[in-house]
Design a protein around this ligand. Structure first.
Ligand SMILES: C[S@@+](CC[C@H](N)C(=O)[O-])C[C@H]1O[C@@H](n2cnc3c(N)ncnc32)[C@H](O)[C@@H]1O
Length: 267
């Protein structure tokens, strides 16, 4: 009886701390793991001590306005643990599914020459390099600072022989053709941006904001950079579906049922 009351009290206490600081379970769990090597569920049984709380408090204060991934310079993507900072987008769950689609296509069609536009932290390219044999990935980013982060992660995962980086604006400076072009485009529209949380706004605007000129240039020219049986996969906003269908793309949903990916193939 006494024991079960204690359990309820522990959960209640932790729940109240989480609520007071307005954090998600994911954020709270992230901080507990990093600082105390514990998880949120550990405290459903054992009380969080005052000493432990004092240790996590500075981090939960910062986490009110800064993503936990930037606080600890760490983000998890598929089976990778990537270095991240304010110069790169924090890789998202949906993008893990983009990688699944890419791997399926690469294997089915025996692709080996891949181009990723806007590599950011390296989440997509490093996953492909680690999970698929015998591919070469050329990857750019318009942000030199993002490329520095990608380079660090590429080195960590020892895939320097599979990923080649350069600074560039979408397909503008490329001279070669590829089996697969992949791009998680910045797809937040200007009128949506103001409604984003402060934490999302801590991410680079360049990685978030949709740019009509850049994307239209891409759509009008990307086919020139595909090999004969080539494909292109994009991560998109549903707002772009109609436009992309007009360019011959097939639209695929993410696991929330939202139109999130666009696939073009030369058959
Ligand atoms: C949505 S983020 C994706 C980052 C990473 N690929 C991922 O999936 O986590 C878009 C990336 O594209 C880069 N970017 C934006 N405009 C670009 C352009 N015109 N050419 C190349 N990269 C661009 C940004 O700097 C950013 O790193």
């Amino acid at each position: 009886m006494g024991q079960s009351n204690k359990k309820n009290f522990s959960y209640f206490k932790l729940f109240n701390i989480k609520k007071r600081f307005n954090l998600s379970i994911y954020e709270f769990d992230f901080i507990l793991r990093e600082v105390l090597n514990k998880t949120y569920s550990d405290y459903l049984i054992n009380d969080i001590s005052n000493e432990e709380f004092e240790k996590i408090k500075p981090y939960i204060e910062i986490a009110k306005y800064k993503p936990v991934e930037y606080i600890f310079n760490k983000a998890f993507f598929r089976n990778l643990e990537l270095y991240v900072d304010e110069n790169v987008l924090i890789p998202r769950n949906e993008t893990e599914y983009l990688v699944d689609i890419a791997i399926k296509i690469i294997k089915e069609r025996n692709y080996y020459k891949i181009f990723e536009i806007g590599i950011g932290s390296g989440a997509i390219s490093i996953s492909l390099a680690k999970e698929v044999d015998k591919i070469k990935i050329f990857a750019n980013d318009i942000s030199f600072k993002a490329l520095k982060v990608a380079k660090k992660n590429i080195k960590k995962y020892q895939v320097e022989n599979k990923i080649f980086l350069f600074c560039g604006d979408s397909i503008k400076s490329i001279k070669s053709k590829f089996h697969l072009i992949i791009w998680n485009i910045p797809y937040i529209f200007e009128d949506e941006y103001i409604y984003l949380s402060e934490k999302v706004k801590a991410e680079p605007k360049l990685a978030l904001l949709y740019n009509e000129n850049v994307f239209s240039y891409f759509l009008n020219n990307f086919k020139n950079f595909l090999l004969d049986n080539g494909s292109c996969i994009l991560e998109i906003s549903p707002k772009l579906s109609k436009k992309l269908k007009n360019y011959g793309f097939e639209i695929l949903n993410d696991f929330y049922g939202i139109e999130r990916f666009a696939l073009f193939s030369i058959i």
